[in-house]
Design a protein around this ligand. Sequence first.
Ligand code: FAD
Length: 453
Amino acid sequence: MKVAVIGSSHGGYEAVRGVLHDFPNAEIDWYEKGDFVSFLSCGMELYLQGIVKDVNSVSYATVPGMEAKGVHVHINSEVTDINPEKHTMKIVDVNNGKEVSTNYDKLILSVGALPFELPIPGKELSNIYAMRGRDWAIKLKKAEIDPEINNVTVIGSGYIGIEAAESFNRAGKNVTLIEHNPSILGTYLDPEFTDILAKEMEDHGITVKTGQSAKEFIGNDKKQVSAVVSSNGDEFPADLVIETAGIRPNTKWLKDIVKLDDHAMIVTDEYQQTSEPDIFAVGDATEVEFAPTGKKQLIALASNARRQGRSAAYNLNEKRRKTTAVSGSSALHVFDYKFASTGVKEVTAKKIGVEVESVFVTDTKVPPFVPAPYNAKVYFKLTFDPKTREIKGAQIMSKMDTTANMNTISLAIQQHMTVDDLAYADFFFQPGFDRPWNIMNIAAQKAQDKLDK
Ligand code: FAD
């Protein structure tokens, strides 16, 4: 069997690994249009903050390493067309434009997404950057040490915007963060958390401007960006703009090849099969089943791309295992605070059409007699369906690392557990690690009280 995998980031890498594992006799061709395989944008912050020194190490695989496993790796090779009927595809060498054709038996697409570029006046100016992929990582690192760049404006305060703002603040730049939602990190956390995090950013010298969007980029006589004008009419100085205002699926070229939905996402079934039986798709160009609702939606996470990649490989010849529903579990730090969230938040509930209630509790990580720095305040919010009592989501934050609790909640959501299941669930206690009642127990007991009133 000849298997072609297109794209070498999380989804593509996992698909190749899966095919190697499940079909050891398969001939695998792995195509990547960039000059590098398997760059992991998730590691970009660690690189920008100097924790990881070598940009090339931010990867799972190397060309020689994968070739040694028998994979034919084709870098600088952009797949530009596919003929599903004939099982052929065209590949262009991005260095010289030379085109070749080849055939496949099974094909896995992991073509990912592209950063959204704001269509506003001044968008053609230089020094307007994105933050995705190795090329941008290298450019951003250079900008961090460029003495000509003092003022940096970051547009968008999702995970990537937060990572950009903190990295450039740590590099000594004067950073402004513009967010069109009423609060930062609006799809990940409710205001009980984001108010504290916005203050944390401001305390470190970042100017946080919420409830306004970028309307225009102003340039200087060198055609470089010099300021960002917001919807409020405010003007923020900017020698560099980092746009982190969302992504779009990289699927324009696929529109007549496989079925796309209204948002240009590749339509797949739960086995990752597209409208073409021998073409599978995974990653940020596809949707995943959101466990709290059972509906498909875009949740652009490496963890999802990996699961889907594994699934696609496993199901190449027959539908053997469905891709697991996910809850969009994710974690990040904002300076000293570490937070994680999973499932539905109150800020997102309306948008996805679910009715939820929540309880918010604060506690200390370990018993109060344990002093700092071995102890810290913990903020926790549990979200549930008031009718079925099913757990639908949670958020946690502390200056100590309590984020792994979200994996427990993610599993509870996946298994349709209720607040009653969680209220007295057995969690360990040892004063160096925890309290006799884990904060998840406490919140679930409070939820029972609220529901039983
Ligand atoms: P992509 O990563 O978009 O990669 C697609 C690849 O396909 C690219 O290499 C591209 O060059 C190649 N390609 C595209 N079209 C073609 C073609 N026609 N021919 C050949 N090659 C092609 N997720 C987490 O779970 N945790 C995190 O901490 C996290 N942090 C992140 C931080 C940043 C800064 C960013 C940008 C993302 C982060 N993510 C994180 C999200 C995660 O990186 C993505 O969900 C994941 O990379 C998606 O993988 P993918 O395989 O769908 O595609």
